[in-house]
Design a protein around this ligand. Structure first.
Ligand SMILES: [Zn+2]
Length: 45
């Protein structure tokens, strides 16, 4: 399953394992931090 940034739709997402934002995801492309969308590529046409 592919994780996508809800802000810029990038798939270049890093999971934050420690610190104040632990448990969230960080977008390498736009700097968004928080929940991400989970793509459904397995159902892609
Ligand atoms: Zn982004």
């Amino acid at each position: 399953m592919v994780k996508k940034c809800p802000h810029c739709a990038s798939v270049n997402i890093t999971f934050i394992e420690s610190g104040a934002d632990a448990g969230k995801h960080f977008c390498e492309d736009c700097g968004y931090t928080g929940e991400v969308l989970f793509g459904r590529d397995e159902f892609a046409d």
